[in-house]
Design a protein around this ligand. Structure first.
Ligand SMILES: Cc1cc2nc3c(=O)[nH]c(=O)nc-3n(C[C@H](O)[C@H](O)[C@H](O)COP(=O)(O)OP(=O)(O)OC[C@H]3O[C@@H](n4cnc5c(N)ncnc54)[C@H](O)[C@@H]3O)c2cc1C
Length: 180
């Protein structure tokens, strides 16, 4: 297991009232807080004004310590590029009395989650596919391991890898029961 790494991963999704970054811009690259700002709505809906920002590794770990204040850091970067329009156009909840409430945004901080503890597995230097195979090896036909980190078909780090491993582990359980 020591041959396989997994780093912090942080995703922030922010809803805006306006595509101030441009109606046809799907990606904004090169930020120092958010390396990539992604607008999934381009060419799908003119009303989809949501940016998704994914940050991995040491930067995600650093930003994770900010807790919910991380939204201010991200907005500050966007404001510096887009003339304060991020703070101006972020969508806010409308309260029953018509006043504006909280900003509409969401954060998934997988590194901090006690069960996830990170984003996606990777092989450390000098590790090989054999280490993924070892990682997924059952213990005495009694304890079985699935998960993208155990995939050996080239799909580690993805849902496909997780599904491959589920099939493999399920078959191992069946084989163990049949041969018991
Ligand atoms: C930002 C981001 C973007 C991604 N984008 C894509 C993409 O576009 N396409 C793609 O294919 N993949 C993507 N992935 C990867 C994909 O999400 C993962 O590879 C996949 O979810 C891994 O599935 P898994 O079952 O191996 O592990 P997980 O989904 O991590 O499931 C493990 C589960 O075990 C639970 N658990 C852990 N410990 C315990 C315990 N002690 N007791 C009980 N439960 C426990 C956890 O809570 C969790 O629910 C992305 C991942 C990230 C972080």
């Amino acid at each position: 297991m020591n041959k396989i790494g997994m780093d912090f991963s942080l995703r922030i999704v922010i809803d805006f009232k306006k595509n101030f970054w441009g109606d046809n811009s799907g990606y904004m690259w090169g930020g120092t807080t958010g390396p990539m700002y992604f607008n999934a709505g381009v060419a799908r809906s003119e009303f989809y004004r949501t940016l998704s920002i994914t940050i991995n590794g040491p930067k995600a770990q650093e930003l994770s310590t900010q807790g919910d204040a991380v939204i201010n850091t991200v907005l500050a970067e966007l404001d510096s590029i887009y003339d304060n329009q991020a703070s101006l156009f972020i969508r806010k909840v409308i309260n029953d009395d018509g006043t504006e409430g909280d900003r509409v945004w969401f954060k998934a901080d997988w590194g901090k989650d006690e069960f996830f503890k990170g984003g996606a597995s990777y092989l450390k230097p000098e590790a090989s596919m054999q280490d993924r195979e070892n990682y997924g090896a059952a213990l005495n036909d009694k304890v079985f391991f699935a998960g993208e980190g155990t995939d050996t078909q080239g799909d580690a780090g993805t849902l496909n890898g997780a599904l491959n491993s589920a099939e493999r582990a399920t078959q191992e359980v069946i084989d163990a029961i049949l041969s018991a």
